[in-house]
Design a protein around this ligand. Structure first.
Ligand code: PEP
Ligand code: MN
Length: 288
C-alpha cells in the first residue's frame, strides 16, 4: 500500500466535530435575524460603517444602505484596534445609535462583542452578535455566546485553518446555540498587495463540511475599496449565502477602515450587479 499522500483516501471532513458537521445534519441551517433568513435561497447583504462614529454618520449611512437594498446594518461600537491610541468605538452610546437607526430604517443590526462582559449589553441592543477575527479562539467568549439564543456572526480568524474555524463554531453549538453564521474575511499570506488574502476556497469547503450558512466580507478580505465589488460578485458566484460590507457616507472622513469602505454610489451599482449574479446561479438578493 502506498504511503504517498495522493493515495490516502480519507473522506473530506470525516473528522469534523459532531455538531457543526454536514454529515450530522445534511440539510442547511437557516439563521433568522429579526425575520431576515440567512442560509436559504435568498442572499443577504449586511452593510454599514466599520465603526459607529456619530448619530449623523450612522443614520445617513443606514438610510443609504437600506435604499440600496441591504437587509442588515453593520457597525462596531466596541472596536478591536491594533493600536490602543486609535478610536476604540463609542461603546454603549454607539449601541444606542444603532438601535435608533434600526427604528428609523427597519434594518436589523449586527455589532461586535469582544469580551464576555459585553455580551449581555450588546445583546440588549443588537439583533446579532459579531465575534471578530481576533476573537475566533476566545473560548470563554464563544461559550458565553453559546449560552445565549442570539444569532452569532463568527468571523474566521485571520490565521485560522478551516479545521480550527469549525472547532470554534462547535464551541458555540456545544453550549446549545445553533444560530451561527460563518464569515470568511481573508487570511494572512505572504502577499502584501492586499490587506489580507480573501480565501474564496473557504466558501465551497465550508459549504461541503458544515450545515452552517457562510457569508463573505470582501472589505476586510481585500482592504481596498476598488477590489470589493469584484470579490463580492465572486463570493456570490462561489456559493456564499450573504455579504458583509463596509459602506460609509464619506469614506475619506472615516475614523476606521475608510480605504476599504464603499462610497454610496459604488454600493448602489454593486447591488444592481449582485442581482444579476444571483439570478445567474438561481438565487436572489433578499430585499426588505
Ligand atoms: C469588522 O468587521 O469591523 C472587523 C473588525 O472585522 P474582523 O474581525 O474580520 O477584522
Ligand atoms: Mn472594519
Amino acid at each position: 500500500m502506498g504511503t504517498d499522500s495522493c493515495n490516502i483516501d480519507i473522506e473530506v471532513g470525516s473528522n469534523d466535530p459532531d455538531l457543526v458537521s454536514r454529515s450530522a445534519k445534511p440539510e442547511g441551517t437557516i439563521v433568522n435575524i429579526g425575520g431576515v433568513k440567512v442560509g436559504g435561497e435568498a442572499i443577504v447583504v449586511m452593510a454599514g460603517p466599520c465603526a459607529v462614529e456619530s448619530e449623523g454618520q450612522l443614520m445617513e449611512t443606514a438610510k443609504l444602505v437600506r435604499a440600496g437594498g441591504a437587509s442588515l446594518l453593520r457597525g462596531g461600537a466596541f472596536k478591536p484596534r491594533t493600536s490602543p491610541y486609535s478610536f476604540q468605538g463609542l461603546g454603549v452610546q454607539g449601541l444606542e445609535m444603532l438601535a435608533r437607526a434600526r427604528e428609523a430604517t427597519g434594518l436589523s443590526v449586527v455589532s461586535e462583542v469582544m469580551d464576555t462582559r459585553q455580551v449581555e449589553t450588546v445583546a440588549r441592543y443588537a439583533d446579532m452578535l459579531q465575534i471578530g477575527s481576533r476573537n475566533m479562539q476566545n473560548f470563554p467568549l464563544l461559550k458565553e455566546a453559546g449560552s445565549t439564543s442570539m444569532p452569532i456572526l463568527l468571523k474566521r480568524g485571520m490565521m485560522a485553518t478551516i479545521d480550527e474555524y469549525l472547532h470554534a463554531a462547535e464551541y458555540v453549538l456545544s453550549q446549545g446555540n445553533p444560530n451561527i453564521i460563518l464569515c470568511e474575511r481573508g487570511i494572512r499570506t505572504f502577499e502584501p498587495s492586499t490587506r489580507y488574502t480573501l480565501d474564496l476556497n473557504a466558501i465551497p469547503i465550508l459549504k461541503q463540511r458544515t450545515h452552517l450558512p457562510v457569508i463573505v466580507d470582501p472589505s476586510h478580505g481585500t482592504g481596498l475599496r476598488s477590489l470589493v465589488p469584484t470579490m463580492a460578485k465572486a463570493s456570490i458566484a462561489a456559493g456564499a449565502d450573504g455579504l458583509l460590507m463596509e459602506v460609509h457616507y464619506h469614506p475619506e472622513e472615516a475614523l476606521c477602515d475608510g480605504s476599504q469602505s464603499l462610497f454610496p454610489e459604488d454600493f448602489d451599482s454593486l447591488m444592481k450587479d449582485l442581482d444579476k449574479v444571483a439570478e445567474a446561479i438561481g438565487r436572489r438578493i433578499h430585499k426588505l
